[in-house]
Design a protein around this ligand. Structure first.
Ligand SMILES: Cc1cc2nc3c(=O)[nH]c(=O)nc-3n(C[C@H](O)[C@H](O)[C@H](O)COP(=O)(O)OP(=O)(O)OC[C@H]3O[C@@H](n4cnc5c(N)ncnc54)[C@H](O)[C@@H]3O)c2cc1C
Length: 218
């Protein structure tokens, strides 16, 4: 089975995309070795096909552009062995747009933003003190969520982070403050991985529950 090459898991073609290499490389493969290398940032799914929800819009557009180029007899580039994205001669010279129309399937970023909104909102409405049933329900949700999240590289990493051998990253489910803080730290772990600024977790409730003290959300 062919392994996913590092250059195929760099979202946006720039930021390092750290994930559990062992699990990723052991179970995923390229869709077709006979074709030109996939553009940077395109992540393959478990069935070896490009995974849209694991890939940024920019990388996805490069992929579709390459596919169009491959299928066009006048612009064939199938002999190329470069890892540089293949761009047809007719392609526009400006960079790929980083957004897609709202009625299109989500890319890794849009999916992420929507999911964080759901998760932090769940923390915002979590009981101040959670009873056993609430804790069990949330624990079950997080367990299944981390297995079923549609970006498999994200899911693998999230599971690995939660299962840190020290136990320090296990969900804190006693009450809203603990859970919200834990989720903020989980989100910051991803922020760090993607080279993004960390969020100051002291403000998670203003961001996700009460609105900011300056009144801009009222
Ligand atoms: C579980 C999970 C794992 C993911 N793993 C990956 C991955 O491996 N690779 C990848 O490319 N993408 C991953 N993503 C998506 C990624 O986290 C972002 O959602 C995506 O890159 C879009 O980022 P953004 O800058 O728009 O803001 P987002 O990170 O989506 O954040 C949305 C808003 O949340 C607020 N916020 C930011 N940080 C915090 C915090 N720590 N606590 C509370 N609020 C905060 C900010 O106001 C921000 O505007 C993952 C998403 C999830 C839900």
């Amino acid at each position: 089975m062919t392994e996913v090459r590092p250059e195929q898991v760099l979202p946006n073609g720039s930021q390092p995309f750290s994930f559990n290499q062992a699990s990723a490389s052991s179970s995923r493969k390229e869709s077709d070795d006979s074709k030109a290398p996939l553009p940077k940032g395109v992540v393959l799914d478990k069935d070896g096909k490009p995974c849209r929800t694991c890939t940024s819009v920019a990388a996805w557009k490069n992929l579709t552009r390459q596919a169009k180029s491959d299928s066009s007899p006048s612009t064939s580039t199938s002999t190329s062995t470069s890892t540089t994205p293949t761009v047809p001669l007719a392609a526009p010279t400006n960079p790929s747009p980083s957004t897609i129309p709202p009625e299109c399937p989500p890319d890794v970023e849009q999916l992420g933003r929507s999911t964080w909104t759901l998760l932090h909102s769940m923390a915002a409405t979590y009981p101040e003190t959670a009873n056993t049933e609430h804790q069990d329900n949330m624990s079950g949700f997080l367990k299944f969520f981390s297995k079923l999240y549609p970006c498999w590289v994200c899911a693998d990493d999230f599971q690995t982070w939660m299962a840190h051998p020290s136990g320090r990253n296990q969900p804190k489910l006693g009450g809203r403050k603990d859970f919200g803080w834990w989720l903020c730290e989980a989100h910051n772990e991803v922020n760090r991985k993607l080279g993004k600024k960390e969020f100051d977790c002291r403000f998670w409730e203003e961001r996700w529950r009460t609105g900011w003290k300056d009144g801009r959300c009222d």
